[in-house]
Design a protein around this ligand. Sequence first.
Ligand SMILES: Nc1ncnc2c1ncn2[C@@H]1O[C@H](COP(=O)(O)OP(=O)(O)OP(=O)(O)O)[C@@H](O)[C@H]1O
Ligand SMILES: [Mg+2]
Length: 476
Amino acid sequence: LDKILTFSKLISYKQLVQEVEQSVYATLILNHLGNVLSVNEVLLKATGFQYEAIKNKKINEIILTHHIENLYEDYLDRADRKTLKVQWKNITQDTFQSRVSIYKGMNNEGDFIYVLRMLDVTYESRLSLIQRFANAMITGINFGVVVIDNGFKLVEISDLACKVLGIQRKEALNRPMDQIFTLIPEEQRIIQKTLLDGVSLRNHPFTWTNNKQRYELIVDTNVLKDELNKVVGAYVIFKDVTNSRSLEQQIRRHDRLAMIGQIAAGTAHEIRNPLTSIKGFLQVLKQTLNEKGLSKEMDFTEIMLTEIDRINGLVSEFLLLSKPRDIQFHQVDLSSVWKELLPIIETEAILYNVEIVNKMESNLPMVVADRELLKQVFLNICKNGIEAMPDGGTLHITSQLFEDEKKLSINIHDVGPGIPPYVIDKIFDPFFTTKENGTGLGLPVCQRIIHDIGGTIRVSSKGFGTTFSIVVPYNI
Ligand SMILES: Nc1ncnc2c1ncn2[C@@H]1O[C@H](COP(=O)(O)OP(=O)(O)OP(=O)(O)O)[C@@H](O)[C@H]1O
Ligand SMILES: [Mg+2]
């Protein structure tokens, strides 16, 4: 800024504002009438004004002078033409002395503008060592830090907090917190007024959504008291743990799957053996009823048999969750897998008036997996997609190679209603279903199978339509 001002370089107004922002001195830009056009953060901190409030103020509301032009002439009159002593006021009308330098320039419209720098009012000169330390904490640090005063106004905020809360530092400084978050209901804010009543938090998990991005935070809050034990403000410190929280959730899910698996392995045979004999005797019974012409009773046995098949199917899915020992890993040709699958999926699709659009590459690479299990995964996910479109629609199937990572993605996209955010976390949980006749085992079984071959299943659903991507490693 110094160079630009002393050598009267030609720069745009926007550039000037940016340079002023960088300056370590409290600086104002004024128009020819002496109205404030812009100020930097140092000045806001020194005067305690909000940015919006100080903009358009008259110079004499801040500096004790009549007119900007008078001030400028006084400045020019000085022999050394370096600095001029002025008095200025902060928001609480306390007065201070300061040396200022004044520069005059012209904007695009041909009007004069002035740049005033208060040379005694810098970050450095005003700050004690401890304050400088606090400053370093605020700017570089990987913590969200927010400090408010007892009027619930924002005194200080760290870069990370600005990012997570989605606010601009300069616009927010010295403003009341409830003005900053007008759009968010009180209960959903991290920083609540009750904080000043001494309601403190320790390691409080908090989910915060801003611009469609979701943050998982661990929050600590407390009040700040002066020597007389009077509350003078409060602070909020948080750590962004978005990544580790989702990892933790994955582990918990995995644990739950493992437990169900163990139960399944232990009880599956105990359930199946009696079922086999019940089924055997039922078939005999059905035969006899048939011979005796008791057709109504025969229909009952028919229903009982289908129900037994359902139980059997359920037990088989249970067993899949328990990681059965007889999985056979082979090189599987995905193209031929899909050739077998498509007719089955199409039959299902016709029932729902759904059209299948297959845009997969014709030559998919080989994948090491259990062929039958892999088929089950694709079938389950396509079925979910079809079931999501009861009034018809299209199901797109595409493939994508990530050669750097040697991974292949099969994407199954439906145009159904999508999965709401509060449901999406649960869809891989065993027994989670929103369907009347669903078991809720489809997706957890798929996930188990894909995890076992080193792959992942990703879901994206943004309001409308859903895409499931099955990403698996390939060899060649
Ligand atoms: N493509 C999709 N569109 C919308 N919701 C879906 C989709 N896929 C899955 N879901 C949601 O996820 C839930 C769990 O699916 P999952 O396949 O595990 O069980 P299910 O389909 O309900 O029952 P099952 O597969 O055992 O018949 C579904 O009930 C549904 O709410
Ligand atoms: Mg399903």
